[in-house]
Write a protein of this length. Sequence first.
Length: 245
Amino acid sequence: MRTLDEAVLWHDVECASYVADLPLWRELAAERPRALLDVGCGSGRVALDLAARGRDVTGIDSDPALVSALTARARERGLRVQANVADARSFSLGRTFALAIAPMQVVQLLAGPAGREAALRCVRSHLDPGGVFAAALADPFEAIPDDAEPLPPLPDVREEAGWVFSSAPVAVRPEGDGTAIDRLRQAVSPQGELTESMATIVLDRVGPAQLEAEAEALGFRALERRSVPETDGYVGSTVVVLEAV
């Protein structure tokens, strides 16, 4: 019998094993060792890592199940993480932070320029003077070679309560003003029964220069960009770093 909410389960399958960006978030948190905000915190992949290193972490996510999972995991580990159900485009927490981060292409899930503008305004209002917002951007097409037939990617796999879950990207394609990633999700029960489903995520197509220009119009100053290296299973990211001025 499955013990996790479906949203939490597949979020963990597809995101929890990703660690290539953690050194960068740790570095940024060390540069500003005060309160930080994790925008799109999910079930706590980054928030729990930073809290375990003594950081004062607040997280927001629009999915109540993910927020509940993060709260429970923080409690189990004796970590102080304040998790809130909130939309990145309309949140109000009544406090400010030295650092806000948006890992794993959260800013590409905001339904276009109007959504990014709303999110940037919200983040700007929650930053201390001189505070920083760091947001990861990626182009899924960068993982597709131009001159060769790509090998099928390895699936993300997780075992939970005797079930084995896997998720593999099977297509990357343009869709409107975004890029759609189709994933095949498979679940194998303890009795060996297989069920399959398809899931699609659509990322806004926005590059670092465009995001910096949008942010500068709202009271940010672009600092030096950072980067997250490509891994066997994930494309690399460019991290736009924006200072509240």
